[in-house]
Design a protein around this ligand. Sequence first.
Ligand code: NAP
Length: 261
Amino acid sequence: MPVTVGVFGAAGRMGSTVCRAVADDPQLELVAAVDPGAAGEPIGTVAGVDAGFEVAGKAEHLDVVPQVMVEFTHLGAARENLAWCAAHGVHAVVGTTGFSDEDVERFRATFTSSNCLIAPNFAIGAILMMRFAELAAPWFETAEVLEFHHDAKVDSPSGTAMRTVERMAAASDDWAPDPTTTEVVDGARGGDGPGHIRIHAIRMRGMVAHQEVVLGTTGQTLSIRHDSYDRSSFMPGVVLAAKRIADHPGVVVGLDAYLDQ
Ligand code: NAP
């Protein structure tokens, strides 16, 4: 039997892509969609999928309650949507970014009869890049991270770059000191991240989301690079999570744990 799935934010950039990915997977069945801006419209028109239901304006109006809801909206909306999932025993696969530690603690208290995955990055390649960088860290004395994003990204460095460097710093505390004594242009050496690993944030028209971790030791360097070219890069991770969430109790942050199953 396919896992029944609904999508919060079904008319959005990510949500509509998720609707198509779910509809295309034979182990999943798209049965519900919520988006206030598209309430009452056929899902076929909103997301370009071949399914015969209308988008609901809010979860309370759904005719069918799915086993799993995928959430890609905005922070305020997501908090309410997750409260509904927890109260109705629906598993939540969450891509919306920006939750605080207090949010996560509250979710841990409320998700008692269903599970919740909060994954700030659903690109499986990006998850593996972080894991490989953590694995490599103890074998090198110098490392820097370059992250590249589209020119509409307003925050820097990216959450993925920060998480990568946190994991590398936790895996090794044996990093060579920065030799720079003179910085002619302020910030030329990038940001001083955890473990004093430098992070360089590049904003470039034409790019989507890219990262390169460069590690160096005597006579050799290792570069670990990941590129997301469009939103489809996140879909294998979302689909995997929808299939596996029933086996991961409670609230899990990050897709990493799901790759080991
Ligand atoms: P978007 O295009 O603005 O889509 C969000 C959609 O949610 C909009 O259609 C919005 O409607 C709708 N919405 C608002 N309130 C809602 C509610 N209460 N219930 C259901 N739907 C509601 O944004 P996006 O680019 O898809 O990004 C969505 C989120 O995903 C962001 O937080 C982004 O950072 C995150 N993201 C995560 C990943 C990852 O790998 N985890 C990847 C990419 C993006 P209105 O426009 O009418 O408000």
